[in-house]
Write a protein that binds this ligand. Structure first.
Ligand code: NAD
Length: 299
């Protein structure tokens, strides 16, 4: 298929490169020239602008940081709405708010552009290996049409129902994952402060009922002192805010989500917004003035 891809960052870069390797004709666009070049080297065409990226393709995809970025690219001047042909299918792969996706879809429908929300899960490693889950909401026929593209960069492709449901599923997943991570940070700090060797504690928890993907991520960062960004604190903070907004719309009390959101806010307050989300551990380390894992490195 002919695909236009906008946003070639931690996730968009590897996802797009897998689409190119899958044999699709891809036009790419990003604000970062190197990110564009890596795709051009594999056979993509550089669009140079949103207009040139979306005007002659069948499917447009975006993978952008914040809902406001997606809104600007989709509905702003020179954006997808002004330049994509009628009949184009637009899929946002970002983690976005369901309300924002419904707003974008309603505007683009006026130009006969069909919108799907398709957030992804599996991290940078999953994006590189094409093993990510893609949770898609919206028109079933458009979903089926795009299946060859989805299959080129994902392994677990789920139609979640109506437009916005992909985002709902993703926000729930991430709220659970970040809650696990924050619990892991709190537990690792408690054990370390109480005097147990963090390596021994890790051996116990990863073989016991406290184990989870979130736990393993925080423990790995702690023990290797590696907080290099793959998924940033800033993005986790955004995702939690979107989950809280969703609960507000439904008048549903969330007890843990706001606490975890606040811990992320503390990490941002310590200028850790650009670090990996596992840097949530440092909030606890700073309070206790003690490090989990080998001393002296990366603090
Ligand atoms: P990122 O910041 O690494 O990449 C975003 C890219 O978009 C950058 O290359 C940036 O230059 C580009 N960009 C921003 N504004 C643009 C514009 N107006 N025009 C063209 N390009 C523009 O972010 P990421 O980590 O790849 O995350 C992207 C989305 O995917 C986010 O919504 C995030 O929540 C979600 N997500 C991330 C991960 C992860 O592990 N990083 C996993 C699942 C979902």
């Amino acid at each position: 298929m002919k695909v236009g891809f906008i946003g070639l960052g931690h996730m968009g870069g590897p996802m797009c490169r897998n689409i190119i390797k899958g044999g699709h004709q891809v036009v790419v666009h990003d604000l970062v020239a190197d990110a564009v070049q890596r795709c051009v080297d594999l056979g993509a065409t550089a669009g140079g602008s949103i207009a040139n990226t979306v005007s002659e393709v069948e499917v447009v995809m975006t993978s952008l940081p914040m809902p406001k970025d997606v809104e600007a690219v989709a509905l702003g001047p020179g954006g997808i709405g002004e330049n994509a042909r009628p009949g184009t299918i637009y899929i946002d792969l970002s983690t976005n708010s369901p309300a924002m996706m419904r707003k974008i879809a309603a505007e683009l429908a006026k130009k006969d552009i069909i919108t799907l929300d398709g957030p992804v899960s599996g991290g940078v490693v999953g994006a590189e290996k094409a093993t990510i889950a893609i949770m898609v909401g919206g028109d079933r026929a458009a979903f089926d049409t795009c299946m060859p593209v989805f299959e080129s960069f994902g392994a677990n492709i789920i139609h979640t129902g109506k437009l916005g449901n992909g985002c709902i599923a993703k926000l729930v997943n991430n709220m659970v994952a970040f809650t696990n991570m924050t619990a892991a940070a709190e537990g690792l700090m408690l054990g370390t402060a109480a005097g147990i060797d963090p390596d021994v504690l890790d051996q116990v928890v990863r073989n016991s009922s406290g184990n989870s993907m979130g736990y393993r991520g925080v423990a790995k960062s702690a023990l290797e002192r590696d907080f290099a960004p793959a998924f940033t604190v800033d993005l986790a903070y955004k995702d939690l805010r979107l989950a809280l907004e969703l609960a507000d719309e439904l008048d549903m009390p969330l007890l843990l989500g706001p606490q975890v959101h606040n811990v992320m806010r503390m990490a941002r307050g310590k200028d850790q917004g650009g670090e990996n989300v596992t840097a949530v551990l440092k909030v606890y380390e700073d309070i206790m003035d003690q490090q989990v894992g080998p001393a002296g490195k990366n603090r």
